[in-house]
Design a protein around this ligand. Structure first.
Ligand code: C5P
Length: 227
């Protein structure tokens, strides 16, 4: 490949989605929001009445979604990418705290993760791509050209998450959002399979004291310097 694969991992609310989107726009790269895949599995499971602890049922469901090419991404300038499921636009339905928590639970099943692995690799292997998630630099693309681990303090992350959800018109409290952020981090970092952790070669970016623009500029400089 001639253009790089850029991996961005980090905890919930570190600003990953806005940073990844703006970085991809700045570089003219495709953005792959891998969290959306796990959120879609959670939504599909909820609709089909498959419990989040039914490992076998979830694995079967995920394989069938992938085989049917049911999940599609469409870039949206200046916004989060649109996600459709069997032709239905589910972008808003998957980006709720409930589906964030659901994604965190279903994604702990190794069968679900394995079922989404090839799809993620196919989406990224051509290069010229920014992939955003929890295990991109450790599992999906351990040989990515540039790896970032983006983080911020839990309070800063909860504040951003809270403001984002309020802006979307969702009725949430700050305390509830902080609890959700902490619980999801603990779940993602402590799971047995592909836990959230910084790859040894990932560049640590703490966005706590910076604007999205400042963080994106710093990261774009690093990618461009990579050549
Ligand atoms: O990034 P986002 O908040 O959309 O991710 C939702 C959940 O999906 C995360 O909390 C995590 O449990 C799971 N996930 C994952 N691996 C990824 C991306 C997301 O396990 N690469």
């Amino acid at each position: 490949r001639t253009r790089p694969i850029v991996a961005i991992d980090g905890p919930a609310g570190a600003g990953k989605s806005s940073v990844a989107r703006r970085l991809a726009e700045r570089l003219g790269f495709v953005l792959v929001d891998t969290g959306a895949l796990y959120r879609t599995v959670a939504l599909a499971a909820q609709r089909d009445g498959i419990a989040f602890d039914d490992a076998e049922g979830l694995e079967r469901l995920t394989h069938s979604l992938v085989a049917a090419n049911a999940i599609a991404f469409a870039p949206a300038q200046g916004r989060e990418p649109r996600v459709s499921f069997s032709g239905e636009d589910i972008s808003d339905a998957i980006r709720t705290p409930e589906m964030g928590m659901g994604a965190s639970i279903v994604s702990a099943h190794p069968g679900v993760r394995a079922a989404l692995l090839d799809l993620q690799r196919k989406l990224g292997e051509g290069g010229g791509v920014v992939l955003e998630g929890r295990d991109i630099g450790t599992v999906v693309f351990p040989d990515a050209d540039v790896k970032f681990f983006l983080t911020a303090s839990p309070e800063v992350r909860a504040t951003r998450r809270f403001e984002e959800l309020v802006a979307k018109g969702q009725s949430v409290t700050f305390e509830g959002t902080l609890e959700e952020v902490k619980k999801r981090d603990a779940q993602d970092m402590n799971r047995a399979h592909a836990p959230l952790r910084r790859a040894p070669t990932a560049i640590l970016i703490d966005s706590s004291g910076n604007t999205v623009d400042e963080t994106v500029s710093k990261m774009a400089d690093i990618v461009l310097a990579h050549g």
